[in-house]
Ligand binder design. Sequence first.
Ligand code: ADP
Length: 275
Amino acid sequence: MSHSFLAAEPATGRPQPDAVVRLEDVGKVFANGTVALSGLSLAIAPGEFLSLLGPSGCGKSTALRLIAGLSRPTSGSIAWPAARLDGRGLPRGEIGFVFQEPTLMPWQTVFGNVWLPLRLAGISSRQARPAVMEALAAVGLEPFARAYPRELSGGMKMRVAIARALVMRPRLLLMDEPFAALDEIARQQLNEDVLQLWRRTGLTVVFVTHSVFESAFLASRIVVMTPRPGRVFSDFAVAAPADRDARYRTSDAYHAVTAKVSRALQEAMQAGAAA
Ligand code: ADP
């Protein structure tokens, strides 16, 4: 390995007793016969910022929904070793999910949108206020608590969606291409903010993207998936400087990571085409 900041890691086989989530040989076949995932094995360690990278349609969102317990695998197993589970064996409260669209209620204020998960749990607006304001502060939107979604930019709406995911204080934050619809400037700013949030909170993050640049900027570990049916093609740690800011984007270290990730993605595509 010529670059000291890139540490290769074996994809599987390492004992990880304290994984937050462990997928073993997971397959997912939809009712219409589409095989979205096949033989997907992945253990997610506490505190990681893991980026799931792969071509459109390779099963990234499907994998994320399985990790969230929103859908069940058709083969293999998925476990949340350290989580408190509900009656159905799912770790509901422990996981926050940010979707591709912010999916805000237009008739509710920013406060009302972030309060929603707590409201559904029977917590009054007054009781919820400290947690809601803390979540809004985490994404820099405290002054906008009384604003309505229509008054916000696309990036701000996405911040509200992130605050709503944080308000239940999850241990695991799942993000499904959250910034794909934003312009480049807003996307870069949100990438930096999400990294800061991760550093401050120690959250475990799984971030789905099809952008090499986004995954290389954000992740402490990048998992490249094969084309459908998705499984792990390559898996490596990214030991970038702790402070990844605008300067990091133009650094040799960042360029080396993006080159390595691009190559892995090309190889994954070729392996998929040959299969
Ligand atoms: P990605 O997130 O990598 O773009 P997805 O996980 O959304 O991929 O989809 C993987 C494959 O499964 C795609 O071919 C998609 O069309 C298919 N798929 C996703 N959800 C369903 C569903 N509910 N029913 C049938 N096919 C689905």
